[in-house]
Design a protein around this ligand. Structure first.
Ligand code: GLY
Length: 392
């Protein structure tokens, strides 16, 4: 889509009401500090209407997001309680590594915001070793002929046949671990696999109109591409909002690592698709193609990831008109979150955002979600001028 088409969309952009992002960030950090002792060494997984979190079992893709918030809040405040609590996650993630059958493409989510963060902020060499082990496990999932990272294991509810040739959109967020490992070891293998995987997703999981499939299947034997399918979206042909958000933020990150403009252009086009379809209040429904007779659950986590992604794109635009488009889109979404979903001033709330849609078909709606919380904090920080995150 052309920039002109987006700038002429004045109605969407002018519905923004300015929020105080400094105050919103302070509130978010205070809420995290307040919850440190309540949450202890557990890793939040999902929260329902009582505003309390249920916690991850010994293996969960979500296990790093509370730690990610603790490390970011520590960066802002220097508070030792945040640092000490974040360090408590090391044992959980060491145990994860001791169980290879638990490991899947989510290793990037699990280790970038825990071990990599701990190494970057504290220079902890054990944490670096842990993260390198995780990167090796992620690299071992790369299929050299098909040039993609296999998402799930045969223990996934889809079973052996439907998992061994399947890659998914969320995996774009996990590539940061591979880029980090190449930088640390000076071994380009991790980085090359990440780039090839990103190129494969660019070709197959992104549709011509810049919407996305949730997953894409290859023939596990021949590695021939077969077709896109959904697991968490409304239908195979629809565009799952959080998947689009993973792709917007993910391809922008890959541009940061490679400097290759094709990834930034793709991130912009994926963002344009979302911007055109955002409601006036800035918070997308859980699927962009939800039929009008379905319950219109919103997904604040998709919104938070998109907001952070739009602001990331904006920071890399080399002309001021484009910079402003993506910045305004990020602001619009963030304003919606601050005004409608923010729980940070509720003393009972263990999370930052309500109205996340974890897995609608599984009945998981109106949730607090630690990944929504993490990307909300990241977006608020980006809005307040922070540019250095653990993905880089
Ligand atoms: N499994 C990743 C997600 O729900 O977005």
């Amino acid at each position: 889509m052309s920039i002109e088409a987006l700038t002429s969309d004045k109605e969407v952009i002018s519905t923004n009401q300015v929020c105080n992002y400094e105050v919103a960030l302070e509130n978010a950090v205070s809420s995290i500090v307040k919850n440190v002792s309540k949450i202890g060494d557990r890793n939040p997984k999902i929260g329902k209407t009582n505003l309390k979190y249920a916690f991850c079992g010994p293996s969960d893709w979500v296990s790093g997001f509370w730690a990610g918030q603790l490390w970011l809040a520590y960066k802002i405040t220097g508070e030792q309680s945040l640092r000490n609590s974040a360090c408590l996650r090391k044992a959980y993630h060491q145990n994860l590594l001791e169980h290879p059958h638990w490991l899947d493409h989510d290793l990037g989510f699990q280790f970038s915001l825990t071990a990599v963060a701990q190494y970057k902020l504290l220079g902890d060499n054990d944490a670096s070793e842990q993260a390198l082990r995780a990167a090796d496990a992620l690299l071992s999932r790369f299929r050299r002929v098909g040039k993609y990272i296999v998402a799930w294991n045969e223990t996934h509810e889809l079973g052996l046949e439907k998992t061994q040739g399947r890659t998914i959109i969320d995996s774009l967020q996990n590539l940061a671990l591979l880029f980090w490992a190449s930088n640390e070891t000076s071994n380009p293998t991790y980085r090359n696999a990440a780039i090839e995987h990103a190129e494969t997703l660019m070709k197959h999981i992104v549709r011509e109109d810049y919407s996305t499939f949730h997953t894409f299947n290859f023939n596990a034997m021949t590695q021939e591409p077969i077709k896109g399918e959904t697991f968490q979206g409304y239908s195979d042909a629809s565009c799952w909002s959080r998947g689009q958000a993973w792709a917007i933020h993910g391809f922008a990150q890959i541009f940061e690592h490679t400097g290759e403009h094709k990834f930034l252009e793709l991130a912009k086009n994926l963002a344009n698709y979302a911007i055109e379809r955002l409601p006036d209040d800035g918070i997308p429904l859980w699927d962009f193609d939800l039929p009008s007779d379905e319950i219109p659950y919103r997904d604040s986590s998709a919104a938070a990831i998109m907001a952070a992604g739009m602001l990331l794109i904006s920071s890399h635009c080399d002309n001021s008109m484009e910079e402003s488009i993506y910045h305004k889109a990020g602001e619009k979404i963030l304003n919606g979150l601050i005004q409608q979903c923010d729980l940070s001033q509720n003393p009972q709330a263990e999370g930052l955002l309500g109205e996340g849609a974890s897995f609608v078909k599984g009945g998981l709606v109106n949730n607090m979600l630690p990944y929504g919380d993490y990307y909300y904090l990241e977006a608020l920080m980006r809005m307040n001028g922070y540019t250095d995150f653990f993905w880089k």
